[in-house]
Ligand binder design. Structure first.
Ligand SMILES: Nc1ncnc2c1ncn2[C@@H]1O[C@H](COP(=O)(O)OP(=O)(O)OP(=O)(O)O)[C@@H](O)[C@H]1O
Ligand SMILES: [Mg+2]
Length: 503
């Protein structure tokens, strides 16, 4: 078997360029990306070994069922891995001296290739020894190989890549210009490069696997993080809903008991006040009659007549005061009734100005240093739950008056602040604006003012529920809030309600 399993000593020897080999070897060892490594490796081999074309075949793992005996044989030769997967040689790089870039990672099974001698490669894989043919077409052992018959190749060098006595791959080189192209020195060069290549390929594969593993794990981690984030968001939403519900419950209970109390007091006062009022009116009429009678009787007696007139005048003044006073009490009672409007939990068509007026009368008694200005430009009837809207107006006005008084205390100036309340229609919405000259709010407070339990008031002074409850009442009316504020200058809160909406 001339030329097989041994190198050809008699072929003219080139001088071994050690410096070039070391450099090439360094280039190969410096590459960790499989694709780049294979490209560089093929170029270097083709050039430094003097091949016209070359192939690099690597072991491909594939599940096959083998007998125990086959298994141990294949394992011995490194053709099978520990986990029982059969290895198969596949072409992973192909390079031609005439072409610029080697083609790599094609994964073509050896048996499918028509560009090399399959039997030579199989022979090397089986025996784990290199084959050097000076003139392959004349070589008897492979004379039946379809590729050799068809292409009549000249010089062939087929070399196993072995690492830890296991086959990792095969380098197949051809030179069809010359016979005996692969000289002893060139084979030596290839040997040196191949041993480095085997290590580098193994490293690159490990690196590649590691990269894939890292990418896979990172993806899993990201997925997990995303899920975690989602869960966190869901929890936050649930928590917020719970807080809202709790806030509403607290506030509506508060308002309901306040409403019941107010309605009760109003009811109790209503009867005696009516009583006083009616009697005062009746007394006034009776007194007039009595006065007329006395006037007639004492028409002759000037002195007595003057005295009687003076007495009657005092009675009239007192009775007028009683009538006025009881009238005022009647209005207050009506306001209280309007405010609580417990009988109006249902939807009603009302003018909101009525609710604003009643609320204003209640609140104005508490804040003496505030001037209230009303401008009801438009005042259409809207369908709403009046008692609930009154709660909203009360909360807003309370905040405004508190802000005005706080400012007065801060600057030590008792000049009254103003709260201007306007109503106006725009695009089938009714706007109710409350503009105060109070301390105003910064951006942070504006953002949070509707949050349940958010308050800037000192401990015990505010629950921080007023605006959050108002917000949900307005939202239930399909309305919305608009807030504008400037620190130190004042605030405008606008409630927008749909004119035709069903609350
Ligand atoms: N007109 C306003 N001017 C300045 N700050 C305001 C005004 N309206 C609301 N705020 C700010 O918004 C916060 C939240 O208001 P909200 O009515 O919800 O609670 P509160 O007034 O603090 O407490 P509560 O209404 O329960 O007494 C207030 O503490 C205040 O900081
Ligand atoms: Mg408030």
């Amino acid at each position: 078997m001339n030329g097989i399993d041994k190198t050809t000593d008699y072929i003219q020897s080139d001088t071994l360029d050690l410096a070039a080999i070391i450099k090439s070897s360094q280039i190969i060892s410096g590459e960790v990306k499989l694709r780049d490594l294979l490209q560089k490796l093929m170029k270097i081999i083709i050039e430094s070994v003097g091949a016209e074309k070359g192939f690099l075949l690597l072991q491909q793992e594939e599940i096959r069922f083998l007998t125990l005996e086959q298994l141990s044989q294949q394992y011995e030769k490194g053709l099978i891995t520990v986990d029982g997967k059969k290895s198969e040689l596949v072409i992973q790089a192909e390079s031609y001296i005439t072409k610029q870039d080697p083609v790599v990672l094609q994964n073509i099974p050896l048996e499918k290739s028509k560009d090399l001698s399959i039997s030579i490669v199989q022979h090397v894989a089986h025996n784990l020894n290199s084959i050097v043919l000076e003139n392959a077409s004349k070589e008897k052992l492979f004379s039946g190989d379809p590729y050799i018959i068809q292409h009549q190749p000249k010089s062939i060098l087929c070399f196993p890549l072995i690492q830890q006595s296991k086959l990792k791959g095969i380098i197949y080189l051809e030179n069809n210009l010359y016979t005996g192209a692969f000289t002893k020195d060139r084979i030596k060069t290839l040997k040196i490069l191949a041993s480095q290549a085997a290590i580098s390929i193994e490293n690159a594969r490990l690196y590649n696997n590691m990269e894939n593993l890292v990418a896979e794990r990172t993806e899993q981690l990201n997925e997990f993080l995303e899920q975690l984030e989602k869960k966190h968001e869901e929890l936050q939403i649930a928590h917020r809903k719970l807080q809202d519900a709790q806030a509403q419950l607290v506030q509506s209970e508060k308002m309901a008991s306040l409403g019941t109390m107010v309605a009760g007091i109003a009811h109790e006062i209503n009867n005696p006040v009516n009583f006083i009022y009616i009697h005062a009116i009746t007394m006034m009429e009776d007194l007039k009659k009595l006065n007329d009678f006395f006037n007639d009787l004492l028409s002759e007696e000037k002195e007595l007549s003057d005295f009687s007139a003076k007495q009657f005048e005092n009675f009239f003044i007192s009775l007028a005061d009683i009538t006025n006073g009881s009238e005022r009490i009647k209005t207050i009672v009506q306001d209280l009734k309007n405010f609580s409007r417990l009988d109006e939990a249902e939807v009603k068509s009302v003018r909101v100005s009525e609710g604003i007026e009643s609320t204003l009368r209640i609140i104005s008694t508490q804040y003496k240093n505030v001037t209230f200005i009303k401008e009801f430009q438009d005042d259409p009837e809207i369908k709403c739950r009046p008692a609930q809207l009154n709660q909203v107006f009360l909360n807003i006005m309370n905040n405004s008056c508190y802000a005005i008084e706080t400012k007065q205390k801060q600057i030590g100036n008792a000049t009254p602040g103003t709260l201007t309340i306007k109503t106006f229609v725009k695009n089938s919405e009714l706007g109710i604006s409350f503009t105060d000259t109070g301390i105003g709010m910064n951006g942070e407070t504006i953002k949070k003012m509707f949050d349940p339990f958010y308050t800037t008031k000192s401990v015990g002074k505010g629950t921080g529920l007023g605006m959050s409850v108002s917000h949900s009442i307005v939202a239930n009316h399909k309305g919305r809030f608009e807030v504008e504020s400037k620190t130190g200058e004042g605030t405008t809160v606008v409630v927008w309600l749909k004119i035709n909406s069903k609350a």
